[in-house]
Design a protein around this ligand. Sequence first.
Ligand SMILES: NC(=O)C1=CN([C@@H]2O[C@H](COP(=O)(O)OP(=O)(O)OC[C@H]3O[C@@H](n4cnc5c(N)ncnc54)[C@H](O)[C@@H]3O)[C@@H](O)[C@H]2O)[C@@H](O)CC1
Ligand SMILES: [K+]
Length: 510
Amino acid sequence: MPFRQGDAEGGMSELLDPGEMAIADRTTIAQGTPGITLMDRAGAAVADVVARRPLTSRVLVLCGPGNNGGDGFVAARILAQRGFRVRLALLGSIEALKGDAALAAGRWTGPVEDAVQADLSQADLIVDALFGAGLARDLEGDALALVERMGESGKPVIAVDLPSGVDGATGAVRGAAAPAVETVTFFRRKPGHLLLPGRGLCGKVRVADIGIPDSVLAEIAPRTSANDPDLWGAHFPVPTVEGHKYGRGHAVVMSGGRWTAGAARLAARGCLRAGAGLVTVACPEGAALVHAASYAALMVRHVENSGDLSDLLVDHRYSSVVLGPGLGVGDETRDMVEAAVAEHRSLVLDADALTSYAGAPQALAERIAGAKAAVITPHEGEFARLFADTDLIPADADKLTRTRAAAEALKAVVVLKGADTVVAAPDGRASIAENAPPFLATAGAGDVLAGILGGLLAQGMPAFEAAAAAVWLHGEAARQAGPGLIADDLPEALPKVYAALFEALGARAG
Ligand SMILES: NC(=O)C1=CN([C@@H]2O[C@H](COP(=O)(O)OP(=O)(O)OC[C@H]3O[C@@H](n4cnc5c(N)ncnc54)[C@H](O)[C@@H]3O)[C@@H](O)[C@H]2O)[C@@H](O)CC1
Ligand SMILES: [K+]
């Protein structure tokens, strides 16, 4: 796995929400593996992770009332057999345990403390087996107090499946959650392991194989993935010896005037480095010298307004257009969006192109309907403005749900930016990024992203895959450039990222 990112290890790209995980579980059981066998393997995987921690002899396992607690009982038994000094404390009563959790508890021969009273100070490490996939509401009362005490204890915590209180589907913290040093999850990661704030609480995520066969995925047909090359590599426009620059598309980046031309410069540079065969900057006269003098590889055309842009784009060879960075908000920008739409051309709409449609997403949807594809790249502020005063986005919904709703409403691919950038397609597919370093949040970085995306679309890459790839490349370029980067560094870091990517894709193809 050359490109596995973040703190994860051993997981595949698909992400399963708790409902999908329940199907995986049920299907495996129906095929003949008893539930208690899955629980035994899950608990054993947790015990293995605990046993690898340094300086650990006294382990406190906190068990909840469901199967997450059942995993805790198994882990406690195995750790005790291996010679660890294990205490186990249960939230709730042992009589109330059901099914596999009751079976697992029945095989634990040590004392069962009351978790509400348990002394957390007499432990080297805490196993958090309180709540996992079954978290159904916000923590309150004893459960909330216990999780808060765990967080304040200062002890290293190993979370079973998820840090208790983190919602597996959304990454939201429901009441409270204690940060874990490691989280052991099963079969596949969950969206909550990648989405913030959940991701920041999981520590290193390990995916344990508990004998659920990959074949269950056929029935589940997961629609959410981690954003990595497994997701889009097969569609990536790797240049071939037979190819030529005209086969690699012609992107147009629309520039603002001389005072705001920097944004288009960054986008154009991203576009070139992403591999577009040709890149034209369309700009008002005032900005022409800036662009002509900046990159020799660029072509510069004179475009003052939407009418000029229409005239330029009569040429069908322009295969993508990037609109928004530095353009200004208003009618003229709205008209430029209209001018760019054509059935053989893909659009990237960012920044001012989106804010020009503030509160009018339906008008935007109608306008871009005639394009080959459209990708919008808002940050949270632009997203909120675009959908302000509409009921298209469910109130208070998580980032995955909001991005999907936006994609469906606009019939466009939506890239909702952030440290956990989500890309969603109108058909419901979505990816969550985890490779963006914190120092990527810098002036102009979004302009480069729009440009990279325009460069991939120009080459004919399908929109959802192109958007996910652009986000991933952008994150990798930032890692390559390192701390202290400025947006100008991002395009310059792409060649090294491409070299490694092409090698990996080639290796995969072979
Ligand atoms: N699905 C699978 O394939 C497998 C699941 N396993 C484990 O099973 C877990 C899921 O088990 P469950 O579905 O029983 O769910 P959980 O054990 O996560 O939680 C359910 C229990 O918590 C209670 N509860 C939920 N929210 C609460 C709240 N806010 N405050 C107080 N009580 C609350 C519920 O009433 C129920 O008793 C997974 O996280 C994983 O650890 C493993 O045993 C291995 C296999
Ligand atoms: K847990």
